[in-house]
Design a protein around this ligand. Structure first.
Ligand code: FES
Length: 107
C-alpha cells in the first residue's frame, strides 16, 4: 500500500483520454484514471458496494457506472451519486509533469 504523501507515477499523460477509463496501480491499490474537461482525475477502482472493478464499468461525462449493480460515482470527487452503493470512493491527488502522471493519497 502506498504511504500518504508519496507521489507515484501511474501512467503516461498521452494514455489518458476523455471517455476512456484507464486502470492503474497506486502501490497495491487499484485505481482508475479519467480525463474530464481537460483535467485528469484518479479514484479507487473498487466499488464501495460489493466487489466490482469500476474500470469495467461505463463512463458518461464525469459519472462512472459500476458494471455489477449500476451504482454511479463522480470521477472528479469519488462521490457516490446513486445506489445501491452508499459510500464514496477514495479520490486521489494528481499532478502532471511532462508526459508523466503522478498520483498520491489525499492528506
Ligand atoms: S458492486 Fe458496484 S454497485 Fe454493487
Amino acid at each position: 500500500m502506498a504511504d500518504e504523501g508519496d507521489w507515484i507515477r501511474v501512467a503516461s499523460r498521452a494514455d489518458i483520454k476523455p471517455d476512456v477509463v484507464l486502470a492503474s496501480l497506486l502501490g497495491d491499490d487499484s485505481i482508475v484514471l479519467t480525463e474530464f474537461e481537460g483535467r485528469v482525475y484518479a479514484i479507487s477502482d473498487t466499488c464501495t458496494h460489493e466487489f466490482a472493478l469500476l474500470s469495467g464499468g461505463f463512463l458518461d461525462g464525469h459519472e462512472i457506472e459500476c458494471p455489477l449493480h449500476q451504482a454511479r460515482f463522480d470521477v472528479c470527487t469519488g462521490r457516490c451519486l446513486e445506489g445501491p452503493a452508499t459510500q464514496d470512493l477514495e479520490a486521489f491527488e494528481v499532478k502532471i509533469e511532462g508526459d508523466d502522471v503522478y498520483v498520491r493519497k489525499q492528506k
